[in-house]
Design a protein around this ligand. Structure first.
Ligand SMILES: C[S@@+](CC[C@H](N)C(=O)[O-])C[C@H]1O[C@@H](n2cnc3c(N)ncnc32)[C@H](O)[C@@H]1O
Length: 282
């Protein structure tokens, strides 16, 4: 059972995307238009073609998916993804908008979590949502042009933008954050376990990571999904996180960094391996 009702999450998200009530697609298109100088109608059309355009860009670049640096270079200087993300955030891609950030923001308010790292912040709608509940948000991304837009959006909304430009070697602060959000990002990196270990180091002990680990991320329209998590629980057992069962589901995982999690995960893996061995020999 989720901690928050779906309708509560949707209301929250709608308020973030469309504070003036002009319609979510129109609101987000107007924000992009005011930044790029395009007209909003043009932006709405580009949003509609966003998934296809982003796929084509990926295909034309022939990215070497085994080379993390080459993958990161692909994201660094493009803005095409902004239109794809805008279309998704306003609910036009899947018929309903993503609600993970709404969940994280309501969780932050509920648990009194204030220092937040939005890792892979995209166009910053989630960063805005987290800032709107009073969090100090650090928005980190490899995509420099998207980060510029995040800075623009945050300031226009009256929030301080704290941008972490990963492509320029900037890093989030170690052991600092109460909460990290990492939504729809890990399938874009070659080594998910290594990235989880990196995120762990940015959290204080007791801090929470909210992430969506995809069992199988392969998708015909998204060739840039280059890795899959497999079993979320199995992956988590290779880290220093333990599940927070209030929000651990198949679609979204709530994980806590604790001092003892790494050891207890090792023990759990040992027990699992033993049990698997016994099953095989029966
Ligand atoms: C599908 S978007 C999701 C954006 C945002 N989290 C959201 O849910 O709207 C994936 C994001 O991950 C970023 N990204 C890809 N590889 C990354 C990496 N190695 N480190 C940090 N961000 C990365 C991309 O630039 C993009 O902004």
């Amino acid at each position: 059972m989720s901690m928050f009702h779906q309708s509560q999450l949707l209301d929250f998200w709608r308020g973030v995307v469309d504070p003036l009530g002009i319609g979510m697609p129109e609101a987000i298109a107007a924000e992009i238009a005011s930044y790029t100088g395009e007209n909003p109608e043009q932006v709405l059309l580009k949003m509609e073609k966003g998934t296809e355009d982003f796929k084509q860009l990926w295909t034309s670049r022939q990215v070497d998916v085994g080379d993390a640096a080459d993958v990161e270079r692909f994201y660094r200087d493009q803005f095409v993804e902004a239109y794809e993300l805008a279309n998704w955030h306003c609910g036009r891609t899947n018929g309903t908008p993503p609600l993970n950030y709404a969940f994280a923001a309501l969780l932050a308010r509920h648990d009194g979590l204030s220092r937040v790292l939005d890792f892979g912040s995209g166009i910053g709608t989630g960063s805005i949502g987290l800032a709107s509940v009073g969090c100090e948000v650090h928005s980190a991304d490899i995509a420099d042009q998207l980060l510029d837009f995040v800075g623009h959006r945050m300031s226009k909304r009256g929030y301080q933008a704290r941008l972490v430009r990963l492509s320029r070697g900037q890093k989030p602060v170690s052991g600092y954050y109460d909460l990290i959000t990492c939504f729809d990002v890990l399938e874009h990196v070659p080594d998910q376990r290594a990235k989880l270990a990196e995120l762990e180091g940015y959290l204080r002990y007791g801090g929470i990571l909210v992430v969506n680990l995809m069992y199988d991320s392969t998708h015909a329209d998204r060739p840039m999904h280059i890795s899959s998590a497999g079993s979320p629980l199995k992956l988590v057992r290779q880290t220093g996180f333990k599940p927070d069962w209030r929000g651990f589901s198949f679609d979204r995982q709530l994980l806590v960094r604790t001092r003892t999690a790494r050891l207890s995960n090792q023990i759990a893996r040992f027990v699992d391996d033993k049990a698997a061995g016994m099953t095989c020999s029966l």
